[in-house]
Design a protein around this ligand. Structure first.
Ligand SMILES: Nc1ncnc2c1ncn2[C@@H]1O[C@H](COS(=O)(=O)NC(=O)[C@@H](N)CS)[C@@H](O)[C@H]1O
Length: 459
């Protein structure tokens, strides 16, 4: 899946063949999560929910609509989004006296309310998040789960603190939460501080997680923003300090979207189809009874027995369709089911069970009595294996060069692409550098102990 056309064909194909997502909705940039894809999405976002809940965040839910005067309150912010906002102008036939925005992100909705909630320092910190749909009228071409106009799974966390230091620590916590999240999914990443000219509108600075897709292009999969007091001054989120003075809250926000699902598909998949990390697989183990004439019951009963042994601990499914086993194997391999159990009369006689692991495509036999142990070990091993493979591919896409050799950079980015790292150098670190290298400056990054400028072709 080297070059981008081949990859993008593979990607569109797999969304359809694995029945994840249907792009045929009559609005550009909008699509439908089909049942299998919806389950992957649900298990994936359960992980981030648990990580956020365990680190003192509360899940909330805000209105979709934001009145124009609110959205436009913070100058930088509205400048950054004015070309992307969808507007509601009528209620039925009645023109609205105030235009309403479909939230592109919810800073202005949430911070309006924080002003009402925050009076004294003991009302802080506030650490809330929501997982909602947001809307951005993307003018670059849209791509399923990657560049949407309706971003259906937008996890946005928003925090407010009584000191600058606490907000800085929150940035660190957010970065560590995202590291745990992507490590749990086996998605590799490079963390960089976005350049001044590419930070989030209204932020002091932005830290971003970028991964690399099989076509070599970098994909921003998470962002963490230190908002300083920019929004709290505009929205007057003022609190009484312990010494009785007044101060503006110090804020952060951090977001991920459906791109995480796109990354799981793109980074772990192979020519055959999906390879799902067990933790997000709708079916973790599929049981395929090998039915021979006259021995149907023997095999089906054994399949049911094994199902009963596993069903409390795993998401397991018996495929008892009346079709050839080879067809079944193919279907589940496309859907990325991590582990397959094949049951035939000979196995039953020898008290053996045949297992097939999707990541290495290898088949092996175990004693029936060993089944639970072997499954546990194999599923863990699959996760470790696909994570190592993903990081290996990622590292292979990173090229460190020791100076700003623009010809060499352009050459690499036109062939293999990936991320180029050049030693950090204040003089050259400006917007003109993007023109020189004809690529995006991801930002400043630490890599193997040194400081670099990261450069890449991006989505
Ligand atoms: N059009 C889009 N389709 C899919 N995902 C997107 C789109 N635009 C942005 N994202 C993802 O959403 C993440 C958060 O978006 S953002 O603009 O960077 N940050 C915010 O909106 C902040 N309010 C943090 S919650 C990005 O890192 C990116 O991974």
């Amino acid at each position: 899946m080297g070059d981008s056309l081949e990859f993008s064909e593979w990607y569109s194909d797999i969304l359809e063949k694995a029945e994840i997502y249907d792009v045929r909705y009559p609005i550009k940039g909008c699509g439908i999560y089909l049942p299998y894809g919806f389950k992957i999405r649900r298990y994936t976002f359960e992980i981030i929910r648990n990580l956020l809940d365990k680190s003192g965040h509360e899940e909330v839910l805000f209105p979709l609509l934001i009145p124009e005067n609110l959205l436009a309150k913070e100058g930088e912010h509205i400048k950054g989004f004015e070309d992307e906002v969808y507007w509601v102008t009528h209620g039925g036939k009645t023109p609205l006296d105030v235009k309403l925005a479909l939230r592109p992100t919810s800073e202005t909705a949430i911070y309006y309310m924080m002003k009402l909630w925050v009076k004294v320092h003991t009302d802080l910190p506030i650490k809330i998040y929501q997982i909602v749909n947001t809307f951005r009228y993307e003018t670059k071409h849209t791509r399923p789960l990657i560049r949407l106009r309706e971003i259906m799974t937008f996890k946005e966390a928003h925090t407010a603190h009584s000191t600058k230091e606490e907000a800085e620590n929150q940035i660190k916590e957010a970065i560590s939460i995202y590291k745990k999240f992507f490590d749990t999914l086996g998605i590799p990443y490079l963390i960089s501080k976005r350049p001044e000219w590419d930070k989030f509108p209204g932020a002091e600075y932005t830290v971003a997680f970028d991964t690399i897709f099989p076509d070599g292009r970098a994909m921003q999969i998470a962002t963490v923003h230190n908002l300083g007091q920019n929004f709290s001054r505009t929205f007057e989120i003022i609190f009484e300090t312990p010494t009785g003075d007044k101060d503006y809250a110090y804020q952060t926000c951090y977001g991920i979207s459906d791109r995480v699902i796109a990354s799981i598909i793109a980074i772990h998949g192979d020519e055959k189809g999906l390879i799902l990390p067990p933790i997000v697989a709708p079916i973790q183990i599929v049981i395929v009874p090998l039915i021979f004439k006259g021995q149907e019951d023997l095999v089906l009963n054994k399949a049911k027995e094994i199902y009963e042994r596993l069903k409390d601990k795993y998401r397991v499914y018996i495929d008892d369709r009346d079709i050839r086993p080879g067809r079944k194997f193919n279907d589940w391999e496309i859907k990325g089911v991590p582990l397959r159990i094949e049951i035939g009369p000979k196995d039953i006689e020898n008290k053996k069970i045949t297992l097939f692991r999707r990541d290495t495509m290898e088949k092996f036999q175990v004693d029936e009595s060993q089944l639970e142990d072997v499954i546990e070990k194999t599923l863990n091993n699959i996760m470790e294996n696909i994570k190592n493979i993903a990081w290996k591919k990622f590292e292979d896409f990173i090229t460190v060069i020791d100076n700003l050799d623009t010809d060499k950079i352009k050459e690499i980015l036109s062939q293999r692409k990936g991320i180029i790292l050049i030693p950090f150098n204040e003089e050259i670190y400006n917007e003109k550098l993007e023109e020189k290298v004809e690529a995006t400056i991801l930002g400043e990054t630490e890599y193997k102990g040194n400081k670099y400028i990261a450069i890449a072709k991006t989505y």
